[in-house]
Design a protein around this ligand. Structure first.
Ligand code: SF4
Length: 103
């Protein structure tokens, strides 16, 4: 595998990067953030459960600050989405699922 192939796999093609940069620039010119937030992404992927859950958690914690970290460290274990929330560590200890911190 060549380094060019690896670069394409990691960063996409030069054309797709340029297209992404053009979209980001256009959004910023409209006063929007450069990249879509989880709510906007969920609207783009209406049939995606993962996108819907991420959007709901984003809506729950608000968009201020580092929402990924706030969602990851959510302690509302009574919420039906608690175990499904995004941005959790890939490997969860069984203790964190069975005995989440109460709030
Ligand atoms: S899991 Fe946490 S962040 Fe997600 S919707 Fe429930 S309470 Fe909100």
């Amino acid at each position: 595998m060549t380094s060019e192939t690896v670069t394409k796999m990691v960063f996409g093609s030069a054309e797709s990067r340029l297209a992404s940069q053009a979209v980001a620039k256009a959004r910023m010119e409209q006063g929007l953030s450069a990249y879509k937030n989880p709510l906007e992404r969920a609207i783009d992927k209406l049939e995606s459960c993962r996108a819907a859950i991420t959007a709901k958690c984003y809506e729950c914690v608000g968009s201020e600050g580092n929402f990924r970290e706030v969602i990851r460290t959510c302690t509302s274990n009574k919420c039906p989405l608690y175990t499904l929330r995004p941005y959790q560590n890939k490997v969860l200890s069984t203790d964190s699922v069975e005995n989440p911190v109460n709030n």
